[in-house]
Write a protein that binds this ligand. Structure first.
Ligand SMILES: Cc1cc2nc3c(=O)[nH]c(=O)nc-3n(C[C@H](O)[C@H](O)[C@H](O)COP(=O)(O)OP(=O)(O)OC[C@H]3O[C@@H](n4cnc5c(N)ncnc54)[C@H](O)[C@@H]3O)c2cc1C
Length: 438
């Protein structure tokens, strides 16, 4: 029976140091995922007195439940960014996301964080000729905007993805794989070494001007940064602007050496497919297959719904890697994602002295770290926040007319379309895709 656990080695609460009583700081940070930790670390490095609180251990939210794939990108993808913002702004946005990957890599190196960070590529793979056409256009758009994007097919595609299911793909570099829990822990420890105070097992119950009120104490601060991502509306902040959705993933038992080699070996690229409800996979340092994706849920429904979703993910893994069937699944879990209506994050001041960085729409691992560093720099008085579309104090409200039933109906329609378009015989799909790239 698979456990409801990710493969990352999480800490329990026994060694946490909760906040008891009232303390003061120049900046209080709520939330110890990658975004909040980056704010706290960069503030402490600049000599600012900062206190961070988290309801659990650092990394207990989406960060420590993620698949640990660092890659460039933001919003609905490169083609949509060009249409919406024009080439000048789209270029700046994407360059920031490339810098974000570099920032995490450099941080891990500079602070000696042992988080199994493996630099490599991220393959955006196509399962159908239509996907291949879109990926091909995306590769050209990335290049036009100054980011190196290669095109893969044939044996190179097989080597990079470990699967025969794909018919083409664009490969982005820089990208990297990481153990996100170790990254959080390392960043916490580095922040503490530089003078930050980190209180885990400390749930915030209320926010008031300059006050972070916790179950057993309070932080009083000039500035408060809320980095609680999907949990933000639960604190009464940004209701209707940030929507919580649950994503699921699974991890296999360690693969036999020959199977692992056939899948491209540890350290091979991360792969993301092009369906509306995309799937993504990578290999872990100890040789397991880790695969996430499929439909998102506003909240876990019931055990039967969970079981169906995980069974589907297992079938997906077996379809991509038939040699692994029947797949031995050792862990499966879900985690909270925060979405905005326009698919861009929100980083900025939401009220006097109150700042938020949330709503990554699945791109938060690198971008959360980068945005946290920029926000810290602004709060420390070193550089204003850059003028980018996600640097803002409000996100568009999710229209109230888009109720749960409408979201469910839309999800089902997209899902059916995904399944129908991916039912191509592989050989036919591949030959069509080769025409696209020719
Ligand atoms: C299954 C899955 C796979 C993913 N894979 C990837 C991937 O490969 N690459 C990628 O870029 N992104 C991925 N993501 C998304 C990514 O994990 C998030 O975008 C990112 O980690 C968000 O970071 P964060 O710091 O903003 O929020 P979180 O990591 O969610 O941190 C928020 C923190 O706030 C704390 N908190 C909440 N409420 C309170 C409170 N009241 N008081 C005190 N503390 C509180 C929580 O305990 C938590 O630690 C994935 C997400 C999931 C669920």
């Amino acid at each position: 029976m698979a456990s409801e656990q990710s493969p990352w080695d999480r800490e329990d609460l026994t060694t946490a140091t909760p906040l008891l009583g009232v303390t003061r700081a120049q900046v209080a940070v709520v939330g110890g995922g990658i975004a909040g930790l980056s704010v706290a670390y960069h503030l402490a490095r600049a000599g600012v007195d900062v206190a961070l609180v988290d309801a659990g251990r650092v990394g207990d939210g989406a960060t420590g439940r993620s698949t640990g794939m660092l890659g460039p990108g933001v919003g609905d993808g490169v083609l949509a960014l060009r249409r919406r913002f024009g080439d000048g702004v789209a270029r700046e946005m994407l360059q920031a996301t490339v810098e974000a990957v570099d920032l995490v890599r450099d941080l891990a190196q500079a602070e000696g964080i042992a988080c199994d960070l493996v630099p490599g590529g991220q393959v955006h793979a196509a399962l159908t000729p239509a996907h291949a056409r879109r990926r091909w256009q995306e590769a050209q758009a990335w290049r036009a905007l100054g980011v190196d994007a290669g095109w893969l097919d044939g044996p190179a595609l097989r080597q990079a993805t470990g699967s025969d299911a794909y018919v083409g793909g664009l490969r982005l570099e820089p990208a990297a794989l990481v153990d996100p829990v170790r990254l959080c822990r390392g960043l916490r420890d580095a922040a503490v070494r530089r003078g930050a105070r980190v209180h885990e097992a400390t749930r915030v119950v209320r926010l008031e001007a300059g006050r972070v009120i916790t179950a057993q104490g309070e932080v009083r601060a000039r500035d408060v940064v809320v980095a609680t991502n999907a949990f933000t509306p639960a604190l009464g902040l940004l209701p209707g602007q940030v929507v919580l959705l649950h994503a699921r993933a699974l991890v296999s038992a360690p693969l036999p050496a020959d199977a692992l080699a056939a899948l491209g070996g540890v350290g091979r690229d991360a792969v993301i497919d092009a369906r509306s409800f995309f799937h993504y996979h990578r290999l872990t340092p100890d040789g397991r297959l880790l695969l996430g994706g499929a439909t998102l849920r506003r909240r876990p429904r019931d055990a039967a719904d969970d079981a169906r979703a995980w069974a589907r993910l297992t079938r997906e893994a077996e379809a991509l890697f038939p040699a692994l069937a029947p797949l031995r699944v050792e862990g499966r879990w879900s985690g909270p994602l925060a979405f905005t209506w326009d698919r861009l994050p929100l980083v900025g001041q939401v009220a006097p002295g109150l700042h938020a960085l949330v709503g990554w729409c699945g791109h938060g691992l690198a971008l959360g770290a980068w945005s946290g560093a920029r926000l810290a720099s602004a709060l420390g008085g070193h550089a204003p926040l850059p003028a980018l579309p996600w640097i803002r104090g409000r996100a568009p409200a999710v229209p109230p007319a888009i109720g749960r039933a409408a979201v469910a109906a839309m999800s089902t329609a997209l899902d059916v379309a995904d399944r129908a378009t991916c039912a191509w015989p592989r050989a036919v799909a591949r030959s069509c895709a080769q025409e696209v790239a020719a």
